[in-house]
Design a protein around this ligand. Structure first.
Ligand SMILES: Cc1cc2nc3c(=O)[nH]c(=O)nc-3n(C[C@H](O)[C@H](O)[C@H](O)COP(=O)(O)OP(=O)(O)OC[C@H]3O[C@@H](n4cnc5c(N)ncnc54)[C@H](O)[C@@H]3O)c2cc1C
Length: 478
């Protein structure tokens, strides 16, 4: 920025020069000052989770209302600017910040109103998962959200959303009742099954492509506030037995029980006996959200495996279960992963998971499988854009490393190859919220299957010029 104006990325790859007067015009329409590199709030505003994807915009707006979002959207459209939207900044592809573009940082819109009688939560687009879990749990209520508490509600929801409660209540978007959204024309609209139903349908899984959501309304369910959960782990030498047990346990588990099986090296954390720190283990992260009187019976098949090296399973607040894995995935490290959905756990798949875990060269690598089967499978395939109604497990081969770690430059390729070895066992679907920047266009199509063409039609209606392109992008013309 100089006295005369600012040079900023245009929507089609070129550069746009904004005059001082034009910027002042925008500034006068938002409550909080625009941010420039070097401002005190700048670093936080542009910080994203995946350090490998760090980018710097030219200008940041922190809107405080839907009207201010509309002002920003109109400004971006009228001047042909490359626009990005940051919720919690956790998308692995780093899509929430446009290099040298105009970044909307939604962190000032973090209000939540819980209506316990109606069992609804009205949630601002800057909220993190922990904000919603804490506010709803005050009433013994919850909706389906993921289990790293710093993730943004907006991105998670707009791509589908899954977590420990998915088995009971489906995708997060199966619990979405209504949104308020600013579309590319700058209009503030309501969308639900009754109002702008086409837009609402597409938002439930392809939402990042269609506008800026300024409020989400979620249906809530009675959960907790105390659940039974935590971590339990066994030596990796028992992997074959534990993997087979996981298949049996998940086939029979009540829907209140969700188990994330993770083949990892145990961290050097105080809760891990020294002898096991850094050793390969088979870990289960568990959440049993049903009647506590039935918890022992539900967890009996897990406990029956015997002789764990770590056993932290106990009654605890649901909010704690939703955050105890946070430390394992801090902001700023380098992350790269490949993910799939499985419909079943075949012998060949279990053997491949074990082999990958044994071979993984990444010290903090993870081979993880989360049980999803249940409510989501009971909806029609075209109930919302999200699709993937045949998914019974979500899988990830996850690489985490510090940028200066030895051999770090070889890690992404190992993860890619591991992903290729898993692909034959997968459903063929995909989760946009887990797609890395280098995943090909056909993976976006795969994420939506038969729903893809209908989403394109909605995109054509509400964002024909592809103003919203900093995402796993669906073009109106594809
Ligand atoms: C450590 C970790 C754990 C995770 N765990 C889970 C999990 O348990 N379950 C699960 O389902 N997913 C999980 N995810 C994936 C997560 O759903 C995606 O990363 C999601 O994009 C995060 O949302 P965000 O708001 O933080 O992301 P951001 O990076 O801020 O945004 C993601 C995308 O959404 C768009 N967007 C953001 N806000 C808005 C808005 N208001 N209106 C329109 N578009 C918007 C952005 O443009 C961007 O393209 C996890 C991710 C990480 C990194």
């Amino acid at each position: 920025m100089n006295r005369d104006g600012i040079d900023i990325a245009g929507v089609d790859g070129g550069r746009v020069v904004l005059t001082r007067q034009q910027i002042d015009g925008l500034d006068s329409r938002v409550r909080h000052p625009l941010l420039y590199a070097g401002d005190e709030a700048w670093d936080d505003a542009i910080l994203i989770w995946n350090g490998m994807m760090a980018r710097a915009p030219a200008l940041v707006i922190q809107p405080a209302s839907a009207r201010e979002v509309a002002a920003a959207v109109n400004f971006a459209r009228e001047h042909g600017l490359l626009l990005s939207i940051k919720g919690g900044g956790h998308h692995i592809a780093g899509t929430s910040i446009a290099e040298h573009g105009l970044a909307l940082d939604m962190s000032r819109m973090r209000a939540i109103v819980v209506d316990p009688d109606a069992k609804l939560a009205h949630v601002g687009p800057g909220c993190l998962l922990k904000d919603v879990d804490q506010a709803t749990q005050a009433h013994g209520l919850a909706t389906v959200l993921g289990f790293i508490s710093e993730v943004g509600v907006a991105g998670l929801t707009l791509g589908g959303g899954l977590g420990y409660l998915t088995r009971r209540f489906g995708w997060t978007v199966d619990n979405l009742q209504q949104v308020e959204i600013v579309t590319a024309d700058g209009r503030i609209r309501a969308a639900s099954r009754e109002q702008n139903a086409d837009l609402f349908w597409a938002l439930r899984g392809a939402g990042a492509n269609l506008g800026v959501v300024t409020r989400f309304t979620f249906r809530l369910h009675e959960v907790g506030p105390t659940v039974y959960g935590g971590l339990i782990a066994w030596p990796f030498e028992r992997a074959e037995e534990i993997l087979q047990a996981y298949r049996t346990i998940t086939a029979r588990a009540p829907r209140e029980l969700a188990v994330w099986l993770n083949l990892i090296r145990a961290p050097a954390a105080p809760f891990v006996p020294e002898r096991w720190q850094g050793e390969r283990v088979c870990a289960m992260a568990v959440c049993y959200s049903g009647d506590l009187a039935d918890a022992d019976a539900a967890l009996a098949p897990i406990r029956a495996l015997g002789d764990p090296v770590v056993d932290l399973l106990c009654e605890q607040p649901y909010t704690q279960v939703q955050s105890y894995l946070d430390d394992g995935e801090p902001k700023g490290l380098h992350y790269y992963w490949k993910t799939e959905y499985f419909a079943e756990l075949s012998d060949g798949l279990l053997a491949t998971l074990r082999a990958l875990a044994a071979e993984c060269p990444i010290p903090q690598g993870q081979i993880g499988t989360l049980h999803l089967g249940g409510a989501l499978n009971e909806h029609d395939g075209n109930d919302g854009a999200v699709g993937n109604r045949d998914a019974r497990y979500a899988f990830g081969v996850i690489g985490i490393w510090a940028p200066d770690e030895p051999d770090a430059d070889t890690f992404p390729q190992w993860v890619r190859e591991a992903g290729q070895r898993i692909r034959p066992f997968a459903t063929g679907g995909s989760y946009v919220n887990f797609q890395t920047e280098d995943e090909a266009q056909d993976r976006i199509r795969a994420a939506y299957g038969d729903n893809f063409d209908r989403i394109v039609g909605v995109k054509r209606k509400y964002d024909p010029t592809n103003l919203f392109r900093m995402n796993r992008n669906i073009r109106a013309g594809t």
